[in-house]
Every structure is written in C-alpha cells, then in structure tokens.
Design a binder for this molecule. Structure first.
Ligand SMILES: Nc1ncnc2c1ncn2[C@@H]1O[C@H](COP(=O)(O)OP(=O)(O)OP(=O)(O)O)[C@@H](O)[C@H]1O
Ligand SMILES: Nc1nc2c(c(=O)[nH]1)N[C@H]1C(S)=C(S)[C@@H](COP(=O)(O)O)O[C@H]1N2
Length: 209
C-alpha cells in the first residue's frame, strides 16, 4: 500500500503520525481511546494546528513496523507517537518493532518517561518504552512510544505539576520541539501553561518586529 505524502499548510506546521497499538481496540472489543487522547493533548499543547494521520494496529511486530515506516517515509511525518504494547506481556512488542525501524536511539526519552510515571504509578518501571529517530535520504522523524493506559499519555507528555500549575517533573514534550529542529523539521511552539518547550538561547527564533 502506498500513502499520499502530506504537505505543510504552513512552514511551522507539524505533521504527526498517531499509532494506537492494541489487540482489543483493533478487533473492536473496545473503542480506541488512545488516538483521541493523543490528539486532544497535542491540540491543547501545540500552538500551530498540526496535521494528523492515524493508524490502529494489533500487537503484531511487522504490522507496527510497517505502520511506522509508512508514516515516516511515505506520509512524511515529523513526529510519530505510539501508545500501547510497551509492557512485559508476551504480545507487548512495540519497543522491538520501533527499534527495528530506527537509525538512532534516543534513550533519554524512555528514562525520563519512567521517572515521570513513577510519580503516578509504581508499575511505571514495567514500561519498556523507547524513542528513536528514523532517517531516510531526504527526511527524518522522531518516534516515541507511550504506555497504553490512555491517562498515561498526558502524564508522560506533560509531566507532573503542583496545584499552582508549576512543573514538578517536566514532561518529555519539553524536549520535542528542539529535537524536531535538530532533525530538520518545522519550528514548533507550545502553550507554556501545558508544557514549556526548552530551546537553547541560540536556537530560539527572534520575535519579528
Ligand atoms: N487503545 C486503547 N483504548 C482504550 N484503552 C486502552 C487502549 N490500550 C490500552 N488500554 C487500556 O490500558 C490497559 C493497558 O494497556 P496494554 O497496552 O497493556 O493493553 P493490553 O492489556 O495488552 O490489551 P490490548 O492490547 O488488547 O489493549 C488495557 O488493559 C486497557 O484497559
Ligand atoms: N504514566 C503512566 N505510565 C505507566 C502507566 C500509567 O498508568 N501511567 N502504567 C504502567 C503499566 S501498569 C504498564 S504494564 C506499563 C506498560 O503499559 P503498556 O503495555 O500499556 O504500554 O506502563 C506503565 N507506565
């Protein structure tokens, strides 16, 4: 199957692939809550409206890898977020399927996500989630695995805040805009009350007069 390449409607627009990996959601035993949760959070956090391409797949390594390759190489996504299949169960194979299409590993994301998640659940260490870069000759994308619990999506992307809304543990999305800059993607900005993106001073865009 060959997919249409998406084109930015604005130079700063992010093209995002959302992949929900769940045997039961893929076979209709329950309604997928992964893709709506990912979309809702990104719409709330990212200033420039993103374009989304979504896929719902069963916990099958080849199907997961194929979806990731299609979204990066054919559709041209800058960022792909997966949800589900990161645990220790026999059919949890998302990290392996992600590593199979990687050109670089980004271990800091997984380390930080498990640190954040430990503030919410003691079973955080059961998630084997990884993040990687996939590079082709003309394009690159960041791929990040999130756990399957729909509530884990906002928890890991946004981090933990106190009652006044001050960050206690920064969410991993704080590092995503600069990572996308470094791999040649669009310049994305976030709403600071949701997640404050960090860029070194030299990488910040100067406000236009
Ligand atoms: N896409 C989804 N939509 C709604 N709830 C989900 C989804 N994926 C996971 N969950 C919930 O989070 C729990 C943990 O997710 P996990 O990825 O380990 O699923 P699972 O138990 O392997 O089953 P399945 O792959 O059939 O979703 C699930 O048992 C389910 O309650
Ligand atoms: N933030 C957050 N991380 C979390 C969880 C959660 O509820 N919130 N659940 C944990 C549990 S119970 C498991 S088994 C692992 C793997 O989940 P997955 O197989 O659904 O990807 O993620 C862990 N990480």
């Amino acid at each position: 199957m060959s997919s249409m390449r998406l084109h930015r409607q604005h130079p700063d627009q992010l093209i995002v692939g959302l992949v929900s990996i769940s045997d039961r959601a893929a076979t209709g035993q329950y309604e997928d809550q992964g893709i709506p949760a990912l979309k809702d959070w990104l719409d709330k956090a990212v200033v420039q409206p993103s374009q989304y391409v979504t896929r719902l797949v069963a916990d099958e390594p080849q199907a997961i890898s194929n979806a990731l390759v299609e979204l990066v190489d054919e559709v041209g996504c800058d960022l792909v977020l997966t949800t589900g299949g990161t645990g220790p169960a026999r059919r949890d194979v998302t990290p392996e399927a992600t590593l199979a299409v990687a050109t670089k590993e980004m271990p800091g994301f997984g380390e930080q996500m498990r640190q954040i998640s430990l503030r919410f659940v003691p079973t955080a260490i059961l998630s084997r989630q990884v993040a990687v870069i996939r590079e082709t000759d003309s394009h690159a994308a960041l791929i990040i695995n999130l756990p399957g619990q729909p509530k884990a999506i906002a928890e890991t992307l946004e981090g933990l805040k106190d009652e006044a809304g001050q960050s206690i543990v920064p969410g991993i999305f704080a590092a995503v805009p600069y990572c996308i800059d470094l791999i040649g993607g669009p310049y994305i900005e976030t709403h600071e009350h949701v997640v404050k993106a960090f860029r070194p001073k030299s990488a910040r865009r100067q406000p236009t007069a």
